[in-house]
Ligand binder design. Sequence first.
Ligand code: GLU
Length: 290
Amino acid sequence: MQCGAYIGRFAPSPTGVLHFGSAAAAIASWLDARAHQGQWLVRMEDLDPPREVPGAATAILAALERMGLVSDAPVMFQSRRSQAYVEALEVLRSDERVFDCSCSRRSLSGHVVYPGTCRQSRRMDTRHAVRFLAGLGELAWLDAVAGPQQFDRAAIGDFIVHRSDGLWAYQLAVVVDDIAQGITHVVRGVDLLDSTPRQRMLFEALSVEPPQYAHLPVAENPIGQKLSKQTLAASIERADPIELWREVLSFLGQVPPEGRTLASLQTSAVRNWNMDKVPPKSAVRNAWMD
Ligand code: GLU
Protein backbone atom coordinates (compact mmCIF):
# COMPACT_ATOMS: atom_id res chain seq x y z
CA MET A 1 0.00 0.00 0.00
CA GLN A 2 1.27 3.42 -0.93
CA CYS A 3 2.58 5.33 2.08
CA GLY A 4 0.56 8.41 2.96
CA ALA A 5 -2.43 7.28 0.90
CA TYR A 6 -5.94 8.05 2.08
CA ILE A 7 -7.85 5.20 3.76
CA GLY A 8 -11.34 5.95 5.01
CA ARG A 9 -14.03 3.76 6.49
CA PHE A 10 -17.68 3.34 7.41
CA ALA A 11 -18.22 1.41 10.62
CA PRO A 12 -21.89 0.57 11.27
CA SER A 13 -23.12 -1.34 14.31
CA PRO A 14 -25.61 -4.06 13.28
CA THR A 15 -28.17 -2.97 15.86
CA GLY A 16 -30.79 -2.16 13.25
CA VAL A 17 -31.38 -1.08 9.68
CA LEU A 18 -29.67 1.89 8.02
CA HIS A 19 -31.52 5.17 8.42
CA PHE A 20 -30.92 8.54 6.76
CA GLY A 21 -28.19 9.59 9.24
CA SER A 22 -26.14 6.46 8.72
CA ALA A 23 -26.64 6.69 4.94
CA ALA A 24 -25.23 10.24 5.11
CA ALA A 25 -22.17 9.02 7.04
CA ALA A 26 -21.66 6.19 4.55
CA ILE A 27 -21.96 8.49 1.51
CA ALA A 28 -19.79 11.28 2.97
CA SER A 29 -17.01 8.91 4.04
CA TRP A 30 -17.08 7.26 0.59
CA LEU A 31 -17.06 10.62 -1.25
CA ASP A 32 -14.19 12.00 0.80
CA ALA A 33 -12.18 8.83 0.14
CA ARG A 34 -12.90 8.89 -3.60
CA ALA A 35 -12.20 12.63 -3.87
CA HIS A 36 -8.73 11.87 -2.42
CA GLN A 37 -8.26 8.85 -4.73
CA GLY A 38 -8.36 6.83 -1.54
CA GLN A 39 -9.71 3.51 -0.38
CA TRP A 40 -13.00 3.09 1.48
CA LEU A 41 -13.43 0.19 3.89
CA VAL A 42 -16.46 -1.16 5.70
CA ARG A 43 -16.12 -2.49 9.23
CA MET A 44 -19.01 -4.21 10.97
CA GLU A 45 -18.94 -3.21 14.63
CA ASP A 46 -20.65 -6.34 15.96
CA LEU A 47 -19.16 -6.16 19.44
CA ASP A 48 -22.27 -6.22 21.54
CA PRO A 49 -24.37 -9.36 20.81
CA PRO A 50 -27.24 -8.43 23.17
CA ARG A 51 -27.85 -5.21 21.20
CA GLU A 52 -27.56 -6.81 17.78
CA VAL A 53 -30.47 -7.63 15.51
CA PRO A 54 -30.23 -10.93 13.60
CA GLY A 55 -29.75 -10.29 9.90
CA ALA A 56 -28.90 -6.59 10.37
CA ALA A 57 -25.28 -6.92 9.20
CA THR A 58 -26.35 -8.58 5.94
CA ALA A 59 -29.15 -6.03 5.45
CA ILE A 60 -26.76 -3.11 6.01
CA LEU A 61 -24.26 -4.46 3.47
CA ALA A 62 -27.07 -5.03 0.94
CA ALA A 63 -28.39 -1.48 1.49
CA LEU A 64 -24.90 -0.05 0.98
CA GLU A 65 -24.50 -2.00 -2.22
CA ARG A 66 -27.80 -0.66 -3.54
CA MET A 67 -26.40 2.82 -2.86
CA GLY A 68 -23.33 1.94 -4.96
CA LEU A 69 -21.07 1.65 -1.92
CA VAL A 70 -18.88 -1.46 -1.78
CA SER A 71 -15.90 -1.93 0.53
CA ASP A 72 -12.51 -1.93 -1.22
CA ALA A 73 -11.34 -4.78 1.03
CA PRO A 74 -13.19 -7.69 2.65
CA VAL A 75 -15.50 -6.39 5.40
CA MET A 76 -13.85 -6.56 8.82
CA PHE A 77 -16.04 -8.01 11.59
CA GLN A 78 -15.14 -6.91 15.11
CA SER A 79 -16.59 -10.12 16.54
CA ARG A 80 -13.56 -11.91 15.03
CA ARG A 81 -10.96 -9.48 16.35
CA SER A 82 -10.71 -10.43 20.06
CA GLN A 83 -7.08 -11.50 19.81
CA ALA A 84 -6.05 -8.05 18.55
CA TYR A 85 -7.94 -6.39 21.42
CA VAL A 86 -6.29 -8.73 23.96
CA GLU A 87 -2.86 -7.79 22.59
CA ALA A 88 -3.60 -4.05 22.71
CA LEU A 89 -4.83 -4.37 26.29
CA GLU A 90 -1.58 -6.17 27.21
CA VAL A 91 0.43 -3.27 25.79
CA LEU A 92 -1.64 -0.78 27.78
CA ARG A 93 -1.30 -2.89 30.90
CA SER A 94 2.46 -3.31 30.63
CA ASP A 95 2.74 0.48 30.21
CA GLU A 96 0.50 0.94 33.30
CA ARG A 97 -2.09 2.86 31.32
CA VAL A 98 -5.03 0.74 32.53
CA PHE A 99 -6.31 -0.55 35.86
CA ASP A 100 -8.92 -3.04 37.01
CA CYS A 101 -12.13 -1.57 38.36
CA SER A 102 -14.80 -3.35 40.36
CA CYS A 103 -17.04 -0.33 40.95
CA SER A 104 -20.66 -1.19 40.40
CA ARG A 105 -22.87 1.00 38.26
CA ARG A 106 -24.80 1.83 41.43
CA SER A 107 -21.70 2.98 43.34
CA LEU A 108 -20.94 5.38 40.47
CA SER A 109 -24.42 6.80 40.11
CA GLY A 110 -24.39 10.57 40.49
CA HIS A 111 -20.78 10.82 39.21
CA VAL A 112 -20.41 12.38 35.79
CA VAL A 113 -16.67 11.62 35.78
CA TYR A 114 -15.19 8.42 37.22
CA PRO A 115 -14.00 9.37 40.74
CA GLY A 116 -10.86 7.23 40.63
CA THR A 117 -11.98 4.76 43.33
CA CYS A 118 -10.08 1.72 42.02
CA ARG A 119 -6.97 3.46 40.69
CA GLN A 120 -4.74 2.28 43.53
CA SER A 121 -6.54 -0.89 44.51
CA ARG A 122 -4.94 -4.26 43.85
CA ARG A 123 -7.55 -6.71 45.11
CA MET A 124 -10.17 -7.45 42.50
CA ASP A 125 -13.33 -9.50 42.36
CA THR A 126 -13.21 -11.92 39.47
CA ARG A 127 -15.79 -9.76 37.67
CA HIS A 128 -14.23 -6.41 36.96
CA ALA A 129 -13.93 -3.89 34.20
CA VAL A 130 -10.66 -2.44 32.90
CA ARG A 131 -10.34 1.33 32.71
CA PHE A 132 -7.91 3.52 30.82
CA LEU A 133 -6.15 6.17 32.93
CA ALA A 134 -7.06 9.48 31.33
CA GLY A 135 -4.48 11.50 33.27
CA LEU A 136 -4.24 15.28 33.20
CA GLY A 137 -3.83 17.96 30.56
CA GLU A 138 -5.61 19.21 27.48
CA LEU A 139 -6.30 17.57 24.17
CA ALA A 140 -6.74 19.82 21.16
CA TRP A 141 -7.19 19.18 17.45
CA LEU A 142 -9.00 20.52 14.42
CA ASP A 143 -12.09 18.75 13.15
CA ALA A 144 -12.68 19.27 9.41
CA VAL A 145 -16.38 20.08 9.96
CA ALA A 146 -16.90 20.79 13.66
CA GLY A 147 -13.83 23.10 13.85
CA PRO A 148 -11.29 23.47 16.70
CA GLN A 149 -11.80 21.01 19.56
CA GLN A 150 -10.47 21.18 23.09
CA PHE A 151 -11.05 18.67 25.87
CA ASP A 152 -9.71 18.39 29.40
CA ARG A 153 -8.51 14.84 30.19
CA ALA A 154 -9.60 15.12 33.83
CA ALA A 155 -13.12 16.12 32.78
CA ILE A 156 -13.34 13.01 30.61
CA GLY A 157 -12.01 10.73 33.33
CA ASP A 158 -10.86 7.12 33.28
CA PHE A 159 -13.02 5.22 30.79
CA ILE A 160 -13.78 1.54 30.28
CA VAL A 161 -11.87 -0.40 27.63
CA HIS A 162 -12.97 -3.89 28.68
CA ARG A 163 -16.36 -4.41 30.27
CA SER A 164 -17.03 -6.45 33.41
CA ASP A 165 -19.35 -8.71 31.35
CA GLY A 166 -16.32 -9.65 29.23
CA LEU A 167 -17.29 -7.59 26.17
CA TRP A 168 -14.82 -5.19 24.55
CA ALA A 169 -15.63 -1.52 24.80
CA TYR A 170 -16.28 0.38 21.57
CA GLN A 171 -13.49 2.90 22.34
CA LEU A 172 -10.73 0.30 22.40
CA ALA A 173 -12.02 -1.82 19.51
CA VAL A 174 -12.47 1.16 17.20
CA VAL A 175 -8.92 2.39 17.80
CA VAL A 176 -7.29 -1.04 17.47
CA ASP A 177 -9.16 -1.59 14.20
CA ASP A 178 -8.54 1.91 12.83
CA ILE A 179 -4.83 1.18 13.43
CA ALA A 180 -5.02 -2.32 11.90
CA GLN A 181 -6.78 -1.00 8.79
CA GLY A 182 -4.40 1.96 8.47
CA ILE A 183 -7.28 4.45 8.60
CA THR A 184 -6.10 7.99 7.85
CA HIS A 185 -9.47 9.79 7.84
CA VAL A 186 -12.58 9.25 9.96
CA VAL A 187 -15.81 10.79 8.65
CA ARG A 188 -18.81 10.08 10.92
CA GLY A 189 -21.74 11.69 12.75
CA VAL A 190 -21.23 14.44 15.30
CA ASP A 191 -22.90 12.25 17.93
CA LEU A 192 -19.49 10.52 18.12
CA LEU A 193 -17.52 13.74 18.65
CA ASP A 194 -17.41 13.09 22.42
CA SER A 195 -15.76 9.73 21.80
CA THR A 196 -12.95 11.29 19.79
CA PRO A 197 -10.86 12.57 22.75
CA ARG A 198 -11.01 9.08 24.30
CA GLN A 199 -9.93 7.54 21.02
CA ARG A 200 -7.13 10.07 20.60
CA MET A 201 -5.86 9.18 24.08
CA LEU A 202 -5.75 5.51 23.07
CA PHE A 203 -3.91 6.28 19.83
CA GLU A 204 -1.37 8.24 21.85
CA ALA A 205 -0.98 5.43 24.42
CA LEU A 206 -0.47 2.94 21.57
CA SER A 207 2.09 5.31 19.96
CA VAL A 208 0.17 5.73 16.70
CA GLU A 209 -0.65 9.03 14.99
CA PRO A 210 -4.45 9.48 15.11
CA PRO A 211 -6.42 9.87 11.87
CA GLN A 212 -7.95 13.18 10.80
CA TYR A 213 -11.55 13.59 11.89
CA ALA A 214 -14.61 15.11 10.27
CA HIS A 215 -17.87 14.99 12.24
CA LEU A 216 -20.95 15.44 10.10
CA PRO A 217 -24.20 17.12 11.13
CA VAL A 218 -26.51 14.62 12.67
CA ALA A 219 -29.97 14.05 11.22
CA GLU A 220 -32.67 14.63 13.81
CA ASN A 221 -36.40 13.98 14.01
CA PRO A 222 -38.82 16.92 14.52
CA ILE A 223 -38.32 16.83 18.30
CA GLY A 224 -34.54 17.03 18.06
CA GLN A 225 -33.66 13.37 18.65
CA LYS A 226 -30.90 11.77 16.60
CA LEU A 227 -32.36 9.34 14.05
CA SER A 228 -31.79 5.83 15.36
CA LYS A 229 -33.53 2.54 15.88
CA GLN A 230 -34.59 3.78 19.32
CA THR A 231 -36.36 6.82 17.81
CA LEU A 232 -37.97 4.52 15.20
CA ALA A 233 -36.23 6.25 12.29
CA ALA A 234 -37.33 5.07 8.85
CA SER A 235 -35.22 2.45 7.11
CA ILE A 236 -33.65 3.60 3.85
CA GLU A 237 -33.58 0.03 2.56
CA ARG A 238 -36.38 0.50 0.07
CA ALA A 239 -35.41 4.05 -0.90
CA ASP A 240 -34.65 4.90 -4.51
CA PRO A 241 -30.83 5.16 -4.37
CA ILE A 242 -30.68 8.17 -6.71
CA GLU A 243 -33.25 10.08 -4.63
CA LEU A 244 -31.42 9.15 -1.48
CA TRP A 245 -28.08 10.37 -2.84
CA ARG A 246 -29.67 13.69 -3.82
CA GLU A 247 -31.19 14.15 -0.37
CA VAL A 248 -27.94 13.28 1.39
CA LEU A 249 -25.93 15.68 -0.78
CA SER A 250 -28.39 18.47 -0.09
CA PHE A 251 -28.26 17.70 3.66
CA LEU A 252 -24.44 17.91 3.44
CA GLY A 253 -24.47 21.31 1.71
CA GLN A 254 -23.13 19.99 -1.61
CA VAL A 255 -24.07 21.21 -5.08
CA PRO A 256 -26.86 19.11 -6.64
CA PRO A 257 -25.22 16.29 -8.62
CA GLU A 258 -25.79 15.65 -12.30
CA GLY A 259 -26.54 12.30 -13.84
CA ARG A 260 -29.48 10.00 -14.36
CA THR A 261 -27.78 6.78 -13.42
CA LEU A 262 -26.36 6.05 -10.01
CA ALA A 263 -22.86 5.70 -11.45
CA SER A 264 -22.93 9.07 -13.26
CA LEU A 265 -24.42 10.77 -10.23
CA GLN A 266 -21.65 9.33 -8.05
CA THR A 267 -18.99 10.57 -10.49
CA SER A 268 -20.49 14.04 -10.41
CA ALA A 269 -20.71 13.99 -6.61
CA VAL A 270 -17.04 12.99 -6.29
CA ARG A 271 -15.98 15.76 -8.69
CA ASN A 272 -17.91 18.39 -6.73
CA TRP A 273 -17.29 17.07 -3.21
CA ASN A 274 -16.25 19.86 -0.85
CA MET A 275 -15.90 19.09 2.85
CA ASP A 276 -15.67 22.83 3.60
CA LYS A 277 -19.30 23.17 2.51
CA VAL A 278 -20.58 20.59 5.01
CA PRO A 279 -22.37 22.58 7.74
CA PRO A 280 -21.75 21.63 11.41
CA LYS A 281 -25.52 21.65 11.78
CA SER A 282 -27.67 21.14 8.70
CA ALA A 283 -30.82 23.20 8.25
CA VAL A 284 -32.04 20.82 5.56
CA ARG A 285 -35.00 18.65 6.52
CA ASN A 286 -36.63 15.87 4.52
CA ALA A 287 -39.21 13.14 4.83
CA TRP A 288 -36.65 10.71 6.28
CA MET A 289 -36.52 12.83 9.41
CA ASP A 290 -40.28 12.83 10.12
N1 GLU B 1 -20.20 1.76 15.16
C1 GLU B 1 -20.41 3.12 15.51
C2 GLU B 1 -21.85 3.48 15.30
O1 GLU B 1 -22.52 2.86 14.48
C3 GLU B 1 -19.61 4.09 14.69
C4 GLU B 1 -18.17 4.01 14.95
C5 GLU B 1 -17.32 5.03 14.24
O2 GLU B 1 -17.64 5.49 13.14
O3 GLU B 1 -16.29 5.32 14.81
O4 GLU B 1 -22.34 4.39 15.94
